[in-house]
Every structure is written in C-alpha cells, then in structure tokens.
Design a protein around this ligand. Sequence first.
Ligand code: AMP
Ligand code: MG
Length: 488
Amino acid sequence: MATLESLVFDNGFARLPESFHTRVCPTPVPDPYLVAWSPAAASLFNLDPGEMNRPELIETLAGNRLLPGMDAIAALYAGHQFGHYVPQLGDGRAILLGEVKNSRGEGWEIQLKGAGRTPYSRGGDGRAVLRSSIREFLCSEAMHALGIPTTRALAIVGSDHPVYREDEETAALVTRLAPSFVRFGSFEVFYYRNQVEPIRQLADYVIARYYPELAMLTDPYPEFLRQVGLRTAELMAAWQAVGFSHGVMNTDNMSILGLTLDYGPFGFMDAFDPGYVCNHSDTGGRYAFDQQPDVAAWNLTKLAQALVPLMSVETASQAIGDYPQAFGRAYLARMAAKFGLAPDGEVVPLVMDALQLMAQNRVDYTIFFRALCSFDSSEGASNAPLRDRFLDRPAFDAWAVRYAAALRNQGSNDAERAAAMRRVNPKYVLRNHLAEIAIRRAADHRDYSEIGRLHQLLLRPYDEQPEFEAYAAEPPDWARQIEVSCSS
Ligand code: AMP
Ligand code: MG
C-alpha cells in the first residue's frame, strides 16, 4: 500500500515535446473538503485508503499543493463540436497532475477537473460546479461496475468558492484517473495545423504505451486506427445495450482507448425512446440515443483523416471500414445476451420488435430487461408482471409467444437463463432523478450521504439489493422537469 510520499510518478505525457501541452499549476481553492471518494479507484494505484483522511491529500485533490514527482500540465487538443471543427480547445479546466505507477507496472494518469484556468480556457473560468462533479464521479464508478470501459473517479473535493453558471453555485474538483486522456481531437489539432511530425510522435507514444502489440509492426499506423475503431465499436455496443446516452459526442470527447470520457449531460434511458436526447442544449438531436453508433463512425472518419499523413487515404478508410460490422456483431452479442438467446440471425427480428413495442408503449428500458430475466417460457404462461407494463397487451402476447418459442427452440432452461440474464441486465443504473436527489441534498444541505449511498448501490448494479428496491423504480413525475445541459 502506497502513502502519498511513496507514490512513484512517471509522467509520460508530460515528457512529450512542448507542442502537446502547457505546464500550468492548478489555482488553489479556499477551505477544500472531501465530498466523496472511491476506494476501488484508490486501489488502482495502491493508495492506502487511510491516506484519504490526510489533509495533505485533500489539499492535493483541491489543487492547492502538488506531491513530489508530479509535473502539472494542460493538454492541447481540438475537435469537431456538433459537426464543426473548433481549432483551439485543449484542457480548459482539467489539469493532469502526473502519472502514477502501480505495483503491476500500470500507469494511471491523475487529472483534476475544475482546477482553474489554463491557456486553453478561452472565456471559461476553469472551474466545475458541485452538481456536475457529483454526476461525473457517480457515473464513472457506476459505468465501471457495469463492465463498461470508462475513465475512473477517485474523489470529489468541494469548496465554498462561488462559481457562476445560470445561478451562483459552488466549486468542486473531480479527480479523474485513466491510463490516458488522449482524444481523437489530440490528433486533429496537428492535422489542421499541417504538422505531420507531432501526429507521428503522438501515434508512436499511444501505440508504444497502449497498443504495445502493434509496436513491432513495420507500419503500425493502419492497424492502430483499426484497433481504435474496434474498441469504439465495443464501447458503442455497450452504451446502446445498457441504454446510456453520452450527450456530447464531439471528437474531443472520444477516447483513443475506447473509454467513456467526459461526463456531462449524459442520461440513462427511462421509458424507452430511441430518439432520446439527454442534452437539453442539443436542440437538433445530433447526439440522440439511436444516433450514437453512427456518430462514432463519423468521428472515426475525422480521426482517420487526421492520420492520413501517416498512411494513404485508401488505407485509412479501409482501417475504419471494419467499424460497422464490428459494431453490429458486438451489439447483436450484447442484445442477444440481454434476451438470453444465442446471437444468431433468428434473434434480430425478436430484438427489433421488442424494442419497437417498448417504444410504442413507453416501457421502462432497465425494468423491462430485468423483468424479462424471470420470463416463463412454458406454453400458455401469462408473464403478467412483464405483460402489465404494456398498454397494448395483445401485441405483447404475440411477441411473447414468439420469444417463448425461440427460447424453447434453443433448449433454454428458465432458471439458468434467468441467472445468466441477471448478470447482463442491471437492476440499478444512475437515473437522472437519483443523481438529482443526491445533488440537491449536497448543494442545499451539505449532506453528502446520498452520494455515498448511490455510489455503494451502483457498485453492484446486477445484484438484488432489497433495501434499495425504490432505487430500481421508474422516475417520479417531477423528474420530467430535470434538464441537463452542457453547463457544468
Ligand atoms: P466539454 O463540453 O465539457 O467537453 O468542454 C469543451 C471544452 O471546453 C473543453 O476543452 C473544456 O476543457 C472546455 N471547458 C468547459 N468548461 C470550461 C470552463 N468552465 N472553463 C474553461 N474551459 C472549459
Ligand atoms: Mg470535453
């Protein structure tokens, strides 16, 4: 177990040439306090949990001091935002403190989001508010527990320092962890500046560290691009299967490692609506739920373009050409598993028709799949608890007859299937209203207990937790008024 003094820093990204980042120290905040922390995230770099109580650590996570060995920087990147290229982004409020090595030799970058202005802040204040920090912390750790690739969150530190959005709020910092925060936009910035050498340097850096199996290829770049596409396909399949909308799929929010990155106005599906737009600012619905796989494909073309200086246009487009199939395969596998069926052609119409019925009847996505785990496939079974969720009962009955037949065809055993399905259909997800309750208590009453409770609950999303039954229910009526936007 490591103490603050025994952490070993490596700082690979900071060692890249100056063109990739700017050295900048976090701006201190007054009187920081620990709002929440994740023991599982701390264990990623062997941090002794006892260290979380030390004032020195809280000061570090507030950006008020650096630990020996840290080398603080803000990274440069650009990106396509809502379809338009924006040349100068970069970390406007995230400061990479350093990269710590764990006992297995893995590097984890430690980043503070909300640590104050950087040269890339443009008009912004470099801060994050408590509200959005709670959402990022909870969702990062919940996604990981769901088995979905994501950046992680170690802690939220708050301060009474005022931050002005639509109203006055208070500042908070999320400590994020990831092997790397490099984005598609980290490559794009150099492409649009006609700088080939940094593109190659960054590709070599990412390949050597995160795609080491490609490093021995004579020409690793096409395969690197292909692998990014495959990881992205897996990520999109995972999002679609669990009903997760990211909300702001700009290319600067696309991880080169296929991680869920930059939690903002995300949302988990309640009543199933394929065109669900979780981001209140996304008036055109560009990042609607059912658009995500295609948006990822479009984003990959932007990455491919940025890598064209390293390969021919044909090679680049070939390299991302596997994405649609890879997504299709991964999505089918996940959806088939959610229905307890083998991923063959027969399942496609069953899945499509179930989704259509759910949409027509506005059935809750998470509740449907959890209830489906207990489906009785014997002839004539009514499956009332599930059936009662549909207004159009005859339509459900017709589907259920086909589903039961498919299950019997595959020789499915109800009890075994139920157990397997409960491992892929979560009971608990971070619904907007659950996060909102935790946020209200924290912001209005300095009561952080609900954050801790949600964090604990969402560590075991697939387990029945009878004392938390209410957390698996449909959203209350007031939840319709919740609006999440880019303001954070
Ligand atoms: P996002 O939509 O959160 O991914 O942010 C887009 C870009 O704006 C990123 O480069 C952020 O670092 C930057 N940014 C967002 N909020 C702020 C802020 N309050 N101050 C400075 N930069 C910000
Ligand atoms: Mg971002």
